[in-house]
Design a binder for this molecule. Structure first.
Ligand SMILES: [Zn+2]
Ligand SMILES: [Zn+2]
Length: 382
């Protein structure tokens, strides 16, 4: 079935007549992930659902199928719609558990673990502060009809902490949890560069297990028992102390589909440049070239900066979003897309648009019109 990315807000901090603040839903074979949840998100989600019912029979977008809510950072244009949306799902008697993940910083995680007060200079955009206030407003197991897990991470260090919405206590986790019941897709947090702790989110299909590397096992003269351990997925320590990583004995057969949503970031985010090339990158492009000083000051990207990042990542499909309210016309955005003959296809998103990644890794851009979505394969910009 591939992926269906629903773009439900393409404005930056200030909404305009035609654009709302950030929020996206990615439907993958295992369920739905919501990435950011700005003011009014629930109305946009239910409007999109209604339009699907009307124009695309058989395609659903049920809030009950949202298994995970991923925040790219704590700026309010990315978070302020989450609590009311959760309360509506509770009114609708949702029972499915919801996993909630977001980036934080080392000092905040340290304070949470030790049970001390948050550092005095902790800004309002800190997710730990916002989540605590939501917990006190009823986003907890007695206030909601469904169980929630609240996980904060220092993304650079891949250190994850779970907050108990009932007691306020925090415990360290071994690794970032995946949504309950997901088996063919997984989620990854990638470090970005913004004025507050931030990350991009990758949703990727996990490749099928490849064949066991028997040749290498033979070259290393492994015993039958060692081979069996590695084949099972258990690491093995040799007599000379060398450690053999089980995963290195199994390749991935066929690379899975993947989509990355950048959130707010300056160009060249470290986590984006160091990750495997995704099938599709949705990247912010807050400013035009004329405001590149503003992009540098506030750690956002320009259109050209987003394109440069995509080229460095060797991405073939790039979709731009999160425009400053100064951008009135997407023509001005597409005028600044220069792909220099690279095999990069770029589209500019509007609210309600969809991006479909098919099983064969082809990507199409579905633009919303009052008659429904019109589909175009993503093709060279000019
Ligand atoms: Zn933003
Ligand atoms: Zn921001």
């Amino acid at each position: 079935m591939g992926f269906d990315v629903h773009v439900l807000g393409t404005a930056s901090a200030r909404p305009t007549n035609r654009r709302d603040v950030s929020g996206s839903a990615v439907k993958c074979p295992d369920g739905i992930a919501v990435i950011d949840c700005g003011e009014g998100f629930q109305s946009r989600f239910s409007h999109q659902r209604k339009m699907l019912k009307l124009h695309e029979k058989g395609t659903t977008l049920k809030p009950g199928n949202v298994d995970v809510l991923l925040f790219t950072h704590g700026h309010l244009d990315h978070t302020w719609g989450a609590l009311p949306w959760m309360q509506t799902m509770s009114l609708d008697h949702r029972e499915t558990p919801l996993l909630i993940l977001g980036p934080s910083s080392k000092p905040v995680l340290d304070a949470l673990i030790s049970g001390s007060d948050l550092p005095a200079d902790t800004p309002p955009s800190e997710l730990a502060r916002q989540w605590r206030s939501w917990h006190s407003l009823g986003a907890n197991n007695s206030g909601l009809s469904f169980p929630t897990r609240w996980i904060l991470g220092d993304v650079a260090e891949q250190r994850w902490v779970e907050l108990d919405a009932q007691t306020g206590k925090a415990v360290a986790l071994e690794s970032m949890p995946q949504p309950a019941g997901w088996s063919s897709c997984k989620i990854e947090a990638l470090q970005t560069h913004h004025s507050v702790p931030s990350c991009a989110w990758a949703i990727k299909q996990v490749g099928k297990r490849g064949k066991f590397d028997r040749l290498r096992a033979a070259e290393l003269r492994l015993t039958e028992q060692q081979r069996m351990s590695l084949a099972r997925g258990d690491d093995v320590t040799l007599e000379n102390g060398d450690r053999l990583n089980a995963s290195s004995f199994r390749g991935q057969s066929g690379s899975g589909l993947s989509v990355i949503l950048s959130g707010d970031t300056a160009e060249g985010a470290p986590g984006l440049l160091s990750t495997a090339t995704p099938t599709l990158l949705v990247h912010e492009a807050t400013f035009l070239e004329a405001q590149s000083d503003k992009a540098d000051e506030h750690l956002h990207s320009t259109v050209a900066g987003a394109v440069r990042t995509a080229q460095q990542m060797k991405v073939n499909h790039l979709a731009l979003t999160h425009y400053s309210s100064r951008i009135k016309d997407l023509e001005t955005v597409s005028n600044e897309i220069d792909t220099e003959g690279a095999s990069l296809h770029v589209v500019c998103l509007n609210d309600g648009d969809r991006l479909r990644i098919a099983e064969d890794a082809s990507v199409s851009h579905l633009t919303f019109t009052q008659e429904g979505w019109s589909k175009r394969n993503m093709s060279p910009n000019r």
